[in-house]
Write a protein that binds this ligand. Structure first.
Ligand SMILES: [Zn+2]
Length: 399
């Protein structure tokens, strides 16, 4: 064993710092690596050369600020990560490499009434098929990120109550998938993964404090604080949908009255258009009609935006994020919804909390969660196996 503090253990720690920085960012110039790790330019240069000779990283010429630079990323064939996203009516799987390239991605419909076991079996089949089609080596799978539409208890990994996949409450999704795939599996809820996806691959790039707001059958937020997802001990942080807007408002599924969700979720909003537009509307259709100039749909989308903005204003006063990213179908409404969100934030947040805030639509659409699952797998994997060239050997024993 190496003595802590010895020359060789310091060198090893520096190697791991550089690999970790590149693994999380996808690619960095040597100057960026120095800034991120706090190592000197000369040390970074030596370490990058050593990692390149060992085949762990690839170096390609690029330019930064008009100057020639060298972009460093992990070798594409150093390892594989897999993202799995279970949604209300879909199962989506993506396979990526450690250089943040997506090698394959596919989505299938998922029957919400099917059992959790059937859902996990389907995911295993789809993962195996994509592994076969891409021809990647199973021994190089570093980990799997798994997204589920409900809160995950951080200690036990148990999925809490979810109205989206009701038969799944009480299951342990990571354990189930680990049993099927035989590799480490990390799980999180869909809002947190959407936040991670946008942070690493989309509208949140370059930002360390971000809230990702997703309006679907419910309203949730994924919170990134100082570059890390904030979950809370019970995994329920970010339940922005249950902020009280009107104590005398409609009764919410949580048992309170006038929650943000009762002013923004489809089942409360669509009935407002029933008399004028008939039945059979969906939020996606309302957004399309609003974009085509339909005045009633524009009004409804704007009102939803104003109410979300009230919630976002509270969030700004508490957490002072620098960016809010709107995901889900509603983001397709663009300025029709973002404008009213900004207006409410301007009205209700204290000015210093909102001054540096930008409110943007998600860049990844329906892919945000599965790409976030890839990012989760990338962030949770260790680096020692990568440096020793024996990814599979150092994985935790499969039980
Ligand atoms: Zn509620």
């Amino acid at each position: 064993m190496e003595t802590p503090g010895s020359q060789s253990s310091l060198h090893r720690a520096n190697l791991e710092r550089v690999v970790r920085a590149v693994r999380l960012a996808g690619s960095l110039t040597q100057a960026e690596i120095a800034r991120t790790t706090g190592l000197s330019a000369a040390t970074v240069s030596n370490i990058v050369r050593e990692l390149k000779d060992g085949g762990t990283v690839e170096v390609t010429p690029t330019s930064a600020g008009g100057r020639r630079a060298r972009s460093v990323s992990l070798s594409g064939d150093a390892g594989i990560v897999i993202g799995v996203d279970f949604g209300h009516e879909h199962l989506r799987v993506a396979i990526g490499n450690l250089a943040h390239q997506v090698l394959a991605e596919e989505s299938e419909p998922l029957d919400v009434d099917a059992s959790a076991a059937q859902g996990f079996d389907r995911a295993e089949e789809l993962v195996s098929r994509l592994i076969g089609e891409t021809g990647v080596d199973r021994a190089k799978i570093a980990g799997v990120g798994l997204g589920v539409p409900g809160p995950i208890d951080v200690e036990s990994g148990t999925l809490g109550s979810t109205s989206i996949l009701p038969g799944w409450s009480g299951t342990r999704p990571a354990e189930e998938m680990r049993g099927r795939l035989g590799v480490p599996v990390h799980v999180d809820n869909d809002a947190n993964l959407g936040a991670l996806g946008e942070l690493v691959w989309g509208s949140g790039r370059g930002v360390r404090d971000l809230a990702y707001i997703k309006v679907a059958s419910g309203v949730g937020a994924g919170l990134v604080i100082s570059g890390k997802i904030y979950r809370g001990p019970g995994g329920t942080a970010g339940e922005i949908g249950h902020i009280t807007l009107d104590e005398a408002g409609p009764v919410c599924r949580c048992g309170n009255r006038g929650c943000l969700e009762t002013f923004t979720a489809a089942r409360y909003v669509l009935p407002l258009l029933q008399a004028s537009h008939g039945t059979g509307l969906t939020m996606g259709r309302v957004v399309r009609l609003a974009r085509d100039g339909d005045p009633g749909c524009r009004r409804v989308v704007a009102d939803v935006g104003r109410h979300i903005g009230s919630g976002v204003a509270n969030l700004c006063n508490l957490l002072n994020p620098s960016r809010v990213v709107l995901g889900g179908d509603l983001a397709e409404a663009g300025e029709l919804v973002l404008g009213p969100i900004r207006e409410s934030v301007g009205r209700y947040a204290i000015p210093s909390a909102a001054r540096q805030l930008s409110v943007l639509p998600g860049a990844l659409g329906g892919r945000a969660e599965v790409l976030g699952a890839l990012a989760l797998a990338l962030s949770e994997m260790g680096d020692s196996a990568l440096l020793d060239g024996s990814l599979q050997a150092s994985l935790p024993a499969f039980t």
